[in-house]
Design a binder for this molecule. Structure first.
Ligand SMILES: C[S@@+](CC[C@H](N)C(=O)[O-])C[C@H]1O[C@@H](n2cnc3c(N)ncnc32)[C@H](O)[C@@H]1O
Length: 221
């Protein structure tokens, strides 16, 4: 009985969250953050991605935006209901492939590639944090990578929200320090007070230094 009750509660919560996302955030990639859009425009201009991979499709708000870029685009969702919803929404795009499954497992099945690939890592949810595993796979299999991690702490600007699930499970520099030795790291250059939407923080991790010139980013290292 408790099991059925829990299952019903889970389905109801999921439904509520999906309806909310579709009703209010549908036209807005990156949680409606103007600053993120500006970063993406500079990424396209200066870094010139040839492919995009997103982890955590949810109902497809950012996925619809990336699909519209015309670049080859893969997106990965672990929840079958959300995957089905996003599939209905994105089915017309021939450049788009949706994957159902756990992001690290799916990333391992994608063909390793020398293409300049932009990764949008957003598959953190409740206390499940696949981001370090995702990074290990990306660094090993995509030599030309630019990784944007959503919901990441921006040092010195507490106005940007980030995910913190307790000790060892917060999206901040300490979590990825052991993995990013030779990488170029960037944070948004604009203060959180200038952003719109949900105002979540992010970090960008690049295999080269082409974004040193970006006005929307400040180099951390
Ligand atoms: C914050 S939402 C993503 C929002 C979406 N990227 C956007 O910008 O519109 C996080 C999503 O990640 C999914 N997720 C969580 N863990 C995952 C995993 N290990 N692999 C794939 N998807 C995962 C969740 O089911 C949820 O739909």
């Amino acid at each position: 009985m408790t099991e059925i009750h829990n299952l019903r509660a889970r389905v109801a919560a999921l439904e509520q969250s999906a309806i909310h996302q579709l009703q209010w955030w549908r036209p807005f990639p990156f949680h409606g953050q103007r600053g993120r859009l500006a970063i993406w425009r500079e990424v396209r201009e200066l870094w010139r991605p040839e492919a995009v991979i997103e982890t955590g499709t949810h109902v497809g708000n950012s996925a619809e935006f990336f699909a519209g870029s015309g670049l080859p685009f893969d997106t990965i969702e672990i929840d079958p209901t959300l995957y089905a919803l996003a599939s209905m929404r994105l089915r017309s795009g021939s450049n788009v492939t949706l994957h159902l499954g756990n992001s690290p497992a799916i990333l391992r099945t994608l063909p390793a590639s020398g293409l300049r690939t932009f990764f949008y890592l957003d598959a953190h949810w409740k206390d499940h944090l696949p981001v370090t595993e995702e990074l290990e796979i990306i660094f090993a299999r995509w030599p030309n990578h630019l990784v944007q991690i959503d919901d990441f702490e921006v040092p010195g600007d507490a106005g940007y929200g980030f995910d913190d699930y307790g000790p060892g499970k917060a999206l901040r520099l300490e979590l990825i320090a052991g993995l990013t030795g030779a990488s170029n790291l960037y944070f948004p250059s604009d203060p959180s007070s200038a952003d719109t939407g949900l105002v979540r923080g992010c970090i960008l991790i690049a295999s080269d230094n082409l974004l040193d010139q970006a006005a929307t980013l400040r180099k951390h290292r």
